[in-house]
Design a protein around this ligand. Sequence first.
Ligand code: BES
Ligand code: MN
Ligand code: ZN
Length: 509
Amino acid sequence: MHEPDVPSVDYDVSASAPSDVSADLLCVPVFDKDDALDDVPGADAATGGELGRARAGHEFKARAYDVFVTPTIPGQWKARRIAFVGVGERDGATAERLRRVASTCAYVARARGAAHVAFLLRGGVPSDRFAQAVADGLLMASYDEAAYRQQSDARPKRLERISIVAADAASVDAVTAAARRGRVIGESVNLARALVNEPGNVLPPRELASRIARIGAMAGLSVDVYDENAIRERGMRLLQAVAQGSAEPPRVIVLRHNPPNAPASPVIGLVGKGVTFDSGGISIKPAEGMERMRGDMAGGAAVAAAMRAIARLGSPYRVIGVIPATENMPGSRATRPGDVVKGMNGKTVEINNTDAEGRLILADALVFARSLGATHLIDVATLTGAVVVALGKHVAALFGHPDAWVNTVRDAAERAGDRLWPMPIYEEAREQIRSEIADILNSAGRPGGAITAAAFLREFAGDGAWAHLDIAGTSWAETKSAHQPKGASGTAVRVLTEIGMTGGRTDPR
Ligand code: BES
Ligand code: MN
Ligand code: ZN
């Protein structure tokens, strides 16, 4: 059955000789400096010497993401064209680099209308991590970033088939298993991107919930969707306070992966901000760039997508996903700046800025996730503009306690190919959100905005392990690059999946 928002692409794994691979475009990764392509015999001859000429003349240098495409001499190799793609120097050839190289190559294929792309895994590289990254990268590049554009010539063709070519017959089994993991992860990342890119009118909380519920059920997760009445009954008043300005009712989506023989602990709890549109509420945002706030549910999308991957890959651990979903709109029923609201854990919050809504809904969702049994929490949110100032667009902020859990999350991100950087919460940050009239204030001034937001969440995370990822900078690419289109990036799906698969146990690299 077809999963909505998860485009699938046929793929296969073989150990064919490069000359025997039939595809519209064969991708051959090339390392910078001394790569003589010894394990790809006949490559230069198959191009009629074009490769050698391009390298000698510095037309193709094999720096990361350099591309040189050339036809093959008829009757020599089965592939009609070869794309040599630079990986950069061998030392820097991480799995994440390979993923981007694979995406780059697949975009070259799409731009040329090549529907069947093959990727050659080179000898002498760790085949399982790299094969996973390559499958992931090829899958990601099959994502249709222009879903609402109707002229078919206005966008590059979709990939129809992906072939991964193992370096030798002995590694085919390992590569096949790794490619399957990569495919599930790549599909899940594409799911997150599809949800994040969806316009706010198309994907209000009810629709977000029903799409996630469908995908979750198809992956074998148990799914509960709490409506506005259930939300009220459970005392999630902070979530209600954000939702009440909108005609669209809120939802809380709970996804559970509960394998039969799982250990009682850990129970990983993944919590994702699901603001389907953030106007700022009464503390309304300026018009400039407000359309971007349709992507303010990127944390929720990452949690849903990771839960799908965790279920499909059969994690042996218990994992719970909690996604509070709402709009943040102004209106006569909207929360006023200065209102005081009591959260699910009984703490009172002075809401001095209705645009600091993410922390409000996450506060209730964190408390809720603990009540469902989560022992180790990770929340993910497009939480603050301040994090973009602090860290830019290519690395997300990581907060939490205790240090061991924060380090576990950081290591998992490093292995999986998401970038996180640790940030501190000192006692002064808590002081900044001291309220004169309630237990806590929801927003402080500009200085250290990502930190004060994290300090707020900490008041609701409980004493157990908790990590917070602020992905406001990384969730959206402002411009397209060789390996990624403009728009939703699908960030955090990989690290959450890695944590879900390992139960947060440190996996020796
Ligand atoms: N959703 C925004 C944060 C955001 C900004 C995400 C830019 C993506 C790109 C969040 O709800 C917000 O409005 N935060 C405020 C907090 C402030 C009022 C304390 C901000 O960052 O300005
Ligand atoms: Mn906001
Ligand atoms: Zn927001």
